[in-house]
Write a protein that binds this ligand. Structure first.
Ligand code: ARG
Length: 567
């Protein structure tokens, strides 16, 4: 808001359009230098003067009417009269339309997210895809897009042949029902161990998968049993993470849609034989060939993704297709998108892989083969247990401590993930993530709860007239202290952060901003009195606290984290 104000006043002095000025504006490296800065380099050529001379002229012309301008070399540093501007800024924060962007103009973005594999553990990679995807879903909506989420379950592939073969040999319904993923995993691990000694197992597995692809009753029944029990377990997790999907369509959904893709590839002369398999060559693009049909005649992961993309574009009417999937699948998506474009689908350019880095959990990695895996459920349980411990120490009288602990524990995991640039590899430390201090979810939640009690106390110690805040700030000075001014400016900057987060598909922009807001509030809270300040001052500060709490709660909810009223 301040930048806009400054740009409006600078533009006529320079011959530049207001928009151009706005783009050039900066925030000075130190707050003491001013609120905003305007660099004069670009004007040197047209005005035929040195930037520093121009800065001097502009500063002199700007001075006055609530602005204090000063040239510092080629920059004009501008300071606003807080007592003049604070009221407008507060009003803007309170307006209905604040923070709503129209970047997307209703464009439909189909988001491929979560997408765990049936009969395998829900891994940390799937957790990242789920929380990053869910955050993007809400951020895109907030910015004027229409988000559509799809859980692209890994429910097809030769591994189901192995799963059925192993189940037939050593499995039981009761064991699988009791602990689906763990039991599936045990069977899977046992299959691989025993197959090293007994090669007939592999043959058996291939046979079962072929039967499955051909629609054999028994194979299909076992398969849907596996899908159902896995889904029950995944759904428990989604509930805890508070994530829902507009569509859950596994890879198997595309079984009857791949024939058309293969025919289209054939008709367009893109399929070539290679070692008995059918591939699309991508030599010109410097990529290995994209495998379409395996030697044994079965389809494969990329074939299903081709059919999926076509379906999402045509049937789901996607304007944009994004895939929130780990960086290790970069080549796969490159290949799929390139094949789509070779097929002549111009909309291939609307497909985007949104990768993220690896996450280790206290140094442990994921591996489903050897059975050494981290189960997300255990991670969430552990986080909630630790949160409960901290809460009971800090606030032994809190009502429903388990509920709050669940919100804090799960929130710690979600926030702890989202605060990292998504491309970074993360070594996740539970202890750090659950801490109430530092750049954590619980720190933000705690700040939010603290504001609630400040507001409650302020209401007790006398009513305040909310309209007095505006009057008060415009005709008296000294109401807006340094820390409240910094906080107020930061709150007004929210739309710029939202825009950046959306344009980069980067929830960490919002997570980091949220921490900055919480820190700015705590500085304000320690430096300036709220509940027992003089009436006009109190009114302003209470409002500021209230908008801060609303910002924190809104941002947490965009990220998928709850904001308990008390902690
Ligand atoms: N199920 C896959 C895996 O766990 C992820 C699927 C991602 N989405 C897609 N359309 N390929 O690796």
């Amino acid at each position: 808001m301040l930048m806009k104000q400054a740009a409006a006043r600078i533009a006529p002095l320079t011959g530049l359009a207001q928009e151009e000025v706005l783009k050039l504006m900066e925030v000075p490296p130190q707050e003491t230098m001013g609120d905003v800065a305007f660099p004069c380099f670009v004007l040197a050529r047209t005005l035929k003067k040195a930037p520093a001379v121009i800065a001097g002229d502009v500063a002199a012309a700007l001075q006055g009417e609530g602005i204090d301008a000063e040239a510092a070399g080629p920059y004009v540093n501008i300071r606003f009269d807080r007592d003049v501007y604070a009221a407008d800024m507060l009003e803007e924060l309170g307006s209905e339309s604040f923070g709503k962007l129209q970047l997307g103009q209703g464009e439909r973005v189909v988001i491929d997210m979560s997408s765990p594999n049936i009969a395998k553990p829900f891994g940390i990679g799937h957790l990242r895809s789920t929380v990053i995807g869910a955050a993007l879903y809400r951020l895109y909506n907030e910015a004027g897009y229409t988000s559509v989420s799809v859980n692209h379950l890994g429910d097809w592939g030769t591994q189901f042949g192995k799963q059925i073969a192993a189940y037939k040999r050593w499995g039981s319904e009761q064991a699988l029902q009791a602990d689906p993923i763990r039991n599936s995993l045990e069977l899977y691990v046992r299959f691989h161990d025993e197959a090293e000694k007994d090669p007939t197992l592999e043959i058996e597995a291939r046979d079962w998968f072929r039967r499955l692809e051909q629609g054999d009753e028994e194979a299909k029944q076992l398969w849907s049993f596996f899908v159902n029990v896995s889904m029950q377990e995944f759904n428990r997790m989604y509930k805890r993470l508070n994530v829902t999907f507009d569509h859950t369509l596994g890879e198997s959904f595309y079984n009857d849609k791949m024939g058309a893709v293969v025919e289209e590839l054939q008709a367009k002369g893109l399929l070539e034989e290679s070692d008995g398999a059918l591939v699309v060559r991508l030599d010109e693009e410097n990529m290995p060939p994209c495998l379409i049909i395996k030697k044994d005649g079965t389809t494969i992961y990329p074939t299903r993704d081709l059919a999926t993309a076509i379906y999402r574009h045509h049937v789901m009417k996607a304007d944009r297709l994004v895939y929130v999937v780990g960086g290790e699948q970069k080549l796969h998506f490159n290949q799929v998108f390139t094949v789509l474009s070779k097929m002549g689908h111009e909309w291939a350019t609307t497909c985007e892989h949104i990768p993220f880095g690896l996450m280790r959990f206290e140094g442990r990695k994921m591996s489903t083969r050897r059975g050494k895996v981290v189960f997300l459920q255990e991670v969430l349980d552990e986080a909630a247990a630790r949160a409960l411990q901290i809460i009971q120490e800090k606030n032994p009288n809190l009502e429903q401590p388990e509920l709050v602990a669940e919100a804090v524990g799960v929130g710690a995991i979600v926030f702890g993930d989202l605060r990292n640039n998504r491309l970074n590899d993360v070594d996740f430390s539970l202890e750090d993530a659950v801490s109430f201090e530092g750049e954590t979810g619980p720190y933000v939640q705690y700040t939010h709860a603290r504001i609630q009690s400040v507001l409650a106390k302020a209401a007790e110690t006398g009513t305040y007239d909310s309209s007095a805040a505006q009057e008060g700030t415009s005709n008296s000075s000294g109401i807006v202290g340094d820390t409240s001014w910094s906080l107020l400016k930061l709150l007004c900057d929210y739309p710029a952060y939202l825009e950046r987060a959306v344009l980069r598909s980067e929830p960490s922009v919002i997570a980091k901003y949220t921490i900055d807001v919480a820190q700015a509030f705590n500085r304000f809270y320690h430096a300036e009195r709220i509940a027992d300040a003089a009436p006009q001052v109190k009114s302003f500060r209470v409002k500021l606290a209230k908008y801060t709490a609303e910002r924190l709660a809104c941002n947490l909810s965009l990220l998928g984290v709850q904001a308990p009223e008390r902690m």
